[in-house]
Ligand binder design. Structure first.
Ligand code: PLP
Length: 430
């Protein structure tokens, strides 16, 4: 497999861009080797600058739930382009997408569009603070909510991958208002609440975290958080940037039947364009400017091209609920295949899966929080990643990520991935 053009581009990129990439995990530091520079993507495949084809299991870190370059999304973008690219004024599409999101996501009664998941979570915390008049919030260890200062404390995703879960540049003053709890422990939340009476504005979490690898909530955990928040007047925020419109039409909150006060969204909501959103109860969202005093704005928020792509995507998901059962079936089939290979080889690695999200952890222990996720053998993961890549399967280049499947994965492709997985495991286990 030739990689000359990717290699040359990376050498050049490093001269002009920090680390040669515009987002850290893309640099392949956790798995070794040089990143691939991607020329195009279609359906279940991406193609690098050297014209190698790979079956895709990242899907742009989640958004491309229908596979790449879907004709319906492409056509919506092209049609919107004919009318101009940005107006900085309200549009009909913004009203349509807001109405649709509200009809799909149980907790959302009003919604504000932004340009990324990071903006959505930063804004949601500000609104929760403004609404409650309290400064502190609780975040879970190993969860990632984008790169806002107050979230870069024991953060997951690229922050763990790069070895900086606590980023320099975040001031002590900022960090003191972020309280940390291990995921899946209601006792830890009760202790923090007792130690900070009437001081906690919000609890924010990924209801099904994907940013320390995929981890599932223990039975009763999300319900328990809901009860504590109700009792203490704390705003419960589900960060569904990954899980929204993926685990179900209404995200993890629909799947688990627990309705938060606020929800943050991203990825799928933009159909591959840069979009995020935050929404929730009317009384809370009416605190946002210009209805209320909490300021939040954006030059390109509600951008007409991005809204066209997002609307096309959400309308499709709304009118084709079978997409979710199809995705679940693809996830089940892939993971059943992986497990049977591991069983045959007498290996007991943990695979966490929910629908079209999964992570294979290179540990035989149960993974239910950040500490247990860190038991995984990341060096072994790095070798497995390279073995899969050399067989034409493109995985997320870090152990601490979830994979995201798309409807473009046919049974035939699933079979190819399972075969490559078997060969790769044999290769890396020597
Ligand atoms: N929240 C979660 C759960 C995420 O997974 C991410 C990104 O992966 C973000 C927030 C940040 O979103 P963005 O990268 O669009 O800023």
């Amino acid at each position: 497999m030739r990689k000359d053009r990717s290699k040359a581009l990376f050498e050049k990129a490093k001269q002009f861009i920090p680390g040669g990439v515009n987002s850290p995990v893309r640099a392949f530091r956790a798995v070794g080797g040089d990143p691939l520079f991607i020329k195009r993507a279609d359906g279940a495949f991406i193609y690098d600058e050297d014209d190698n084809a790979y079956i895709e299991l990242i899907n742009s870190w989640g958004p491309m739930i229908l596979g790449h370059n879907h004709p319906m999304i492409r056509e919506a973008i092209v049609r919107a382009l004919e009318n101009g690219t940005s107006f900085g004024a309200p549009t009909a599409r913004e009203v349509e997408i807001a109405e649709l999101i509200i009809s799909m996501v149980p907790s959302v009664e009003k919604v504000r569009m932004v340009n990324s998941g990071t903006e959505a979570t930063m804004s949601a915390i500000r609104v929760a603070r403004g609404f409650t008049g309290r400064d502190k919030f609780i975040k879970m260890e190993g969860h990632y909510h984008g790169h806002g200062d107050s979230f870069l404390i024991s953060a997951g995703s690229g922050a763990i991958t790069m070895g900086n879960p606590d980023s320099p540049g975040v001031t002590v003053g900022t960090a003191k208002d972020t309280l940390l709890a291990p995921y899946n422990s209601l006792e830890a939340i009760e202790s923090l609440v007792a130690a900070n009476p009437n001081e906690i504005a919000a609890i924010i979490l990924e209801p099904v975290p994907g940013n320390m690898g995929l981890v599932l909530p223990k039975p009763g955990y999300l319900e328990g958080l809901r009860k504590i928040c109700d009792r203490e007047g704390i705003v419960l925020i589900f960060d569904e940037v990954m899980t929204g419109f993926r685990l179900a039409k209404g995200g993890a909150q629909e799947l688990f039947g627990v309705t938060p006060d606020m929800t943050t969204l991203g990825k799928i909501i933009g159909g591959g364009m840069p979009v995020g959103a935050y929404g929730g109860k009317k009384e809370i969202m009416d605190f946002v400017s210009p209805s209320g005093p909490v300021y939040q704005a954006g030059t390109l928020s509600g951008n007409p091209i991005a809204m066209a792509a997002g609307l096309a995507m959400l309308r499709h998901l709304d009118s084709h609920p079978e997409v979710f059962s199809q995705l679940n079936a693809i996830g089940d089939s892939l993971v059943t295949g992986f497990r049977s290979v591991l069983d045959e080889l007498g290996l007991n690695f943990t695979i966490n899966q929910l629908g079209s999200m999964y992570t294979l952890f290179f540990t035989d222990q149960e993974v239910y929080d950040f500490e247990t996720a860190k038991k995984s053998d990341t060096a072994l993961f790095g070798r497995y990643f390279q073995a899969m890549l050399s067989r034409g399967i493109y995985l997320a280049p870090s152990q601490y990520e979830s994979l995201f499947l798309s409807t473009a994965l046919t049974e035939d492709l699933v079979g190819k991935i399972v075969t490559a997985h078997g060969e790769s495991i044999i290769e890396v286990m020597g």
